[in-house]
Design a protein around this ligand. Structure first.
Ligand SMILES: Cc1cc2nc3c(=O)[nH]c(=O)nc-3n(C[C@H](O)[C@H](O)[C@H](O)COP(=O)(O)OP(=O)(O)OC[C@H]3O[C@@H](n4cnc5c(N)ncnc54)[C@H](O)[C@@H]3O)c2cc1C
Length: 422
């Protein structure tokens, strides 16, 4: 590899939500960084939709919280989660979550510091990523390059040389004092470092069906919500994306399935359904052996993969990004010490991953920082009809536990998940 271009403080591989927030925060701290994304544009289809309270606090810190909220669910829209047989049938259980507007009133009235400043926000990943890209591109000290893939790298005592390939096939060598691999689950950076993932991989194959409908949301008779989980053997769920004219169906069915009749059956009333895209994804509960090797750091899905029922993948990764950002910045500016704390967060992620959402696993309860969510979880299940309690309880309880995790206002880093007997 020959070094022939400018040297950066940090080269960030990937332009998912984790690397974008890392680059923005580094730039704001005066750190010269280069962000490399192999794709030409941001991902077109929705994936994550739940930004938790802590992520929204981070977005506030970098000055974009209002712009993120403007792309997401309007503040007055209910955030409830339903467990149903069909969208036209009475729900088996309903988890009530206050809208963002209700939370604001509640938080404003609280003077004892026990509630966060920001509340959660539903915002589709395919809306969030273009915003983060725009912000990164306009942040001082940040250079953003799409269509530029990290192919290889080598580190020495003073930095890291990165071999990058552009979409036209041309290659160049770039130099940074540090490299961060935020390049997702299949992470090239992690693999080249020989760092293994531990835990359970490939637990379930799931199909995500993205479909549009102008009238579905308005016609739902059982109440407006963000997630409708179906008590079905194929574990299906319909998620209303922020615009409420785009939806995702998640189901353990093969991608060649004719999904329109399945969606029509789950909905149970006539409405427009326009299937736009089908993509398969896998559920994993994995965490990397290490988050660091010398001058190379890893963050986000490259080091931990969780089942998204709890809405924790990106939120955890954004936490990694801000943690890494101030530490890198401290060391680069000369006031930081050793990077000895970089692996500390790993154990918490691993233990939470190991116990949650396993099909047939223990029934799970959730305890937020102040323990307040546990009664809601138990109460909701006890209120569910008997048939649901008898036949669907393991699945229902898992869904409820995970949705509480996702919506918790006090999910500061990772939530505390505890096995509980119901
Ligand atoms: C259906 C679904 C729903 C989800 N819902 C939620 C949710 O509600 N809340 C939540 O917190 N999380 C959720 N998640 C998880 C969330 O989507 C991920 O955790 C998040 O995208 C991880 O972000 P990342 O930046 O680490 O990685 P990614 O989003 O995977 O981004 C990695 C980027 O790196 C690029 N890249 C890869 N290799 C290279 C290379 N060699 N060189 C340059 N670029 C490269 C990729 O093209 C990609 O753009 C969900 C996931 C799924 C599948």
């Amino acid at each position: 590899m020959s070094d022939r271009s400018k040297s950066y403080d940090v080269i960030v591989a990937g332009a998912g939500p984790v690397s974008q927030t890392l680059a923005i925060d580094l730039g704001r701290r005066g750190i010269q960084c280069l962000l490399l994304e192999r794709n030409a544009t941001a991902a077109p289809w929705p994936k994550m939709d739940r930004s938790n309270a802590r992520t929204m606090e981070f977005y506030r810190r970098i000055g974009i919280v209002d712009r993120v909220r403007a792309l997401g669910y309007p503040p007055e829209i209910p955030m409830d989660v339903f467990i149903v047989t069909r969208l036209c049938d009475p729900p088996l259980a309903m988890l009530r979550y206050p809208s963002v507007a209700e939370c604001r009133l509640q938080f404003a009235a609280c003077r004892d510091g026990s509630l966060p400043l920001e509340r959660y926000q539903l915002v589709s990943q395919n809306k969030l990523e273009p915003l983060l890209k725009e912000v990164a591109e306009s942040t001082s000290n940040v250079t953003v390059r799409y269509g530029c893939e990290l192919v290889d790298f080598a580190q020495d005592d003073t930095g890291v040389s990165v071999l990058a390939r552009s979409l036209d096939g041309s290659e160049e060598t770039l130099r940074g004092s540090y490299l961060t691999g935020c390049d997702g689950g299949p992470s090239t950076v992690r693999k080249k470092l020989g760092i293994k993932l531990e835990g359970r991989g490939g637990i379930q194959e799931v199909c995500q069906v993205i479909f549009g409908s102008k009238d579905l949301y308005d016609k739902i008779p059982i109440g407006k919500g963000r997630h409708y989980n179906f008590a079905h053997p194929d574990s299906s769920a319909i998620i209303a994306q922020a615009c409420r004219t785009e939806f995702t169906l998640h189901a353990s069915l093969p991608p060649e399935t004719d999904f329109e009749p399945i969606i029509r059956d789950l909905v149970g009333f006539p409405c427009e359904i326009d299937i736009r895209h089908v993509v398969q994804w896998r559920q994993h509960l994995l965490v990397a052996e290490r988050y660091r090797d010398g001058r190379v750091f890893l963050a986000g899905d490259s080091v931990h993969l969780v089942i998204p029922t709890g809405g924790l993948g990106m939120n955890t990764g954004v936490g990694d990004a801000f943690d890494l950002s101030w530490k890198l910045s401290g060391v680069i500016k000369g006031w930081g010490g050793q990077f000895c704390s970089m692996d500390m967060s790993r154990n918490g992620v691993l233990s939470a991953c190991a116990t949650v959402t396993l099909p047939g696993g223990p029934r799970l309860g959730y305890r937020s920082g102040d323990g307040s969510s546990t009664p809601t979880f138990a109460t909701t299940l006890l209120r569910a009809p008997r048939c649901a309690r008898r036949s669907q309880l393991p699945r229902v309880s898992i869904i409820v536990a995970c949705t509480i995790c996702a919506a918790s206002s006090s999910a500061i880093a990772m939530p505390v998940l505890a096995a509980c007997r119901l």
